[in-house]
Design a protein. Structure first.
Length: 314
C-alpha cells in the first residue's frame, strides 16, 4: 500500500502579499515564507510567484514532490469547484481559470477556495473549533467575511459561495454597501463603516480622545471606548448590536457548535466581544443560544495557510 504524503503547502493569496507555509499532517507549520503579490503582473505573474514560493518551501524542507499531498490556496474572491476564480476585486481578476494556470507550473494537486472559507477550515480543525462538528467563522476588518464548516468540510452551498455573512441584509433602507446593495451587515459593522459613523458625529460630540484626522481607525475607537469615551462607546455598541443580530440569525438557522470571531477588529477583545455576545443572546430563539459557543478565533494570520493545507490533507 502506498504511503500517503504527510505534508502540504498552504497559500494565503492576498492583494498585497502571498503567504505560504509547509504544513505537516498534524497541523505543525514547519516552514513559512512570503512574497509580494504584484497584482499588476496579472494572473500568470501571480502564478509564477506562487510556484516559486512552493518550490522554495518544498526544497527548504528537504522534501520531494511525492512527499507533498498538494497545494491549497485561499483566494480573496468567489471561486468554483473547478478551481476558477469568478471575481477577485483586490486582484482585479474576473473569470480566471487559476487552478489550470497554476497546475501548468507545478506538478502537484492544486485546490482553490475562498479565503474566508479556508480560514474557517483552519479554525475548525486546528483553532477555536478543534474537534467540533460545525463552525462558522466571522472575520471583522475592511470587509466582513464568513465561512461555514460542517462535518469537517467547507459547506459551499449550491452557488459554491455560501458563508457571505457580510452581505446579509440587516436593513433594506440602510447605508449603501460596496456590493451595490443597501443595508448589508458590512455597511454597518466593517472597520470603514465604524470610522464613517464616528466622523459624522464628531462635530456635534463631546470627545476628548477621538481625533478628527486621517489616523482615526477602529483600533483607536475601540481603545477610546475601553477608556470611557461616549461617542466611541456608541460606535462600538452599534457594531456589536448588528453583529449580535447576525450571529443570532446564524444560530437560529444553522445552530453550529462554534462561532469564531476573527479579523483585525476582533483584537479589541472584551470591549467589543462581550456586547456582541449579549446582543446575540437577546436575539436568538429561546433554548438555542446555550448550545453554541461564541469564541475568539485562535489562529490569527496563520488561519489562511493552515486552512489551505487542509484542502489537500484530508
Amino acid at each position: 500500500m502506498a504511503v500517503q504524503p504527510q505534508h502540504a503547502i498552504g497559500i494565503d493569496l492576498g492583494g498585497g502579499s502571498i503567504k505560504g507555509a509547509l504544513v505537516a499532517a498534524d497541523g505543525r507549520m514547519e516552514a513559512n515564507a512570503r512574497c509580494p503579490t504584484d497584482v499588476e503582473s496579472g494572473e500568470y505573474g501571480v502564478a509564477d510567484r506562487i510556484a516559486g514560493l512552493c518550490e522554495s518551501l518544498r526544497a527548504g524542507g528537504g522534501l520531494a514532490n511525492d512527499d507533498i499531498a498538494g497545494i491549497g490556496i485561499g483566494v480573496p474572491g468567489v471561486t468554483t469547484s473547478e478551481g476558477d476564480v469568478i471575481i477577485a476585486p483586490n486582484l482585479h481578476w474576473r473569470r480566471v481559470p487559476f487552478k489550470r494556470i497554476l497546475e501548468e507550473r507545478i506538478r502537484l494537486q492544486v485546490e482553490i477556495d475562498n479565503d474566508a472559507s479556508v480560514a474557517a477550515m483552519g479554525e475548525a480543525h486546528l483553532g477555536a473549533g478543534r474537534g467540533c462538528e460545525s463552525l462558522f467563522l466571522i472575520t471583522l476588518g475592511t470587509g466582513i467575511g464568513g465561512g461555514l464548516v460542517l462535518g469537517g468540510d467547507i459547506h459551499h452551498g449550491a452557488s459554491f459561495a455560501a458563508g457571505e455573512i457580510g452581505h446579509m441584509c440587516m436593513d433594506p433602507d440602510g447605508p449603501l454597501c460596496g456590493c451595490g446593495k443597501n443595508g448589508c451587515l458590512e455597511a454597518f459593522t466593517s472597520g470603514p463603516a465604524m470610522v464613517r459613523y464616528v466622523r459624522r458625529r464628531l462635530p456635534d460630540a463631546v470627545s476628548a480622545s477621538l481625533p478628527d484626522t486621517e489616523s482615526l481607525s477602529p483600533e483607536i475607537i475601540c481603545l477610546a471606548a475601553k477608556n470611557g469615551d461616549s461617542l466611541a462607546r456608541d460606535a462600538v455598541a452599534r457594531v456589536a448590536r448588528y453583529l449580535g443580530i447576525a450571529i443570532a440569525n446564524i444560530i437560529n438557522v444553522i445552530s453550529p457548535d462554534v462561532i469564531a470571531i476573527g479579523g483585525g477588529i476582533s483584537a479589541a477583545g472584551g470591549v467589543l466581544l462581550d456586547p456582541i455576545d449579549a446582543s446575540a443572546r437577546e436575539y436568538t430563539l429561546e433554548g438555542m443560544f446555550d448550545h453554541t459557543r461564541i469564541l475568539p478565533a485562535e489562529l490569527g494570520n496563520d488561519a489562511g495557510v493552515l486552512g489551505a493545507s487542509r484542502l489537500v490533507l484530508k
